[in-house]
Design a protein around this ligand. Structure first.
Ligand code: S3P
Length: 175
């Protein structure tokens, strides 16, 4: 039985790589944010604005426990998922955790393009966004470091790069 959790900062490519890897390996793919949106018939932005972050984190944990029962699956977590409650310990018990390591310039470039859909980033100037990435990444690294495997995810822009990253992930998981 295969159950893989992809973790890493917003914009590191969890969804892109997770979907491609699952397709290649004939596994199911679940994006935790999308799963929450479907289950609650709302968007992550709405959940944050209507209920606040604390409530979102409780929902996120509850939904993580649902998807972590699925089998033969690749689960792309939210960037904050491993950093609340005992989620990281739990994921390590339930499956194989993989951290997608991405440099700060890459995160900044990707997140500038996809900032508005993320409640923690919306409305920030480029300088504020950079500061947010630096300080939040530092706080989150102790959690991210508890993974079983780490792979570089700086290059996920073209089909070829995604295919290379899929092969790298496959190799790392086979070791
Ligand atoms: C968050 C990351 C988001 C989403 C929410 C909070 C975070 O997921 O869960 O906006 O705390 O880093 P992505 O990493 O998929 O953007």
């Amino acid at each position: 039985m295969i159950r893989i959790f992809l973790i890493g900062f917003m914009g590191c490519g969890k969804t892109t790589l997770g979907r491609a890897y699952a397709k290649e390996m004939g596994l199911s793919f679940v994006d935790l944010d999308w799963y929450i949106e479907e289950r609650f018939h709302t968007s992550i932005q709405q959940l944050f604005s209507e209920r606040g972050e604390e409530a979102f984190r409780k929902i996120e944990q509850r939904m993580l426990h649902e998807v972590a029962e699925f089998e033969n699956v690749v689960i792309a977590c939210g960037g904050g998922t491993p950093c609340f409650y005992d989620n990281m310990v739990y994921m390590n018990l339930q499956g194989t955790t993989v951290f997608l390591d991405t440099s700060t310039p890459t995160l900044l470039r990707r997140l500038k393009l996809a900032q508005s859909s993320r409640p923690l980033l919306a409305g920030k100037t480029e300088e504020e966004l950079l500061q947010y990435i630096l300080t939040t990444l530092e706080k989150r690294m102790p959690y991210y470091k508890q993974v079983k495997l780490k792979i570089n995810a700086d290059y996920l822009e073209s089909r070829k790069q995604i295919a290379t990253a899929v092969a790298t992930l496959k190799n790392a998981l086979e070791q």
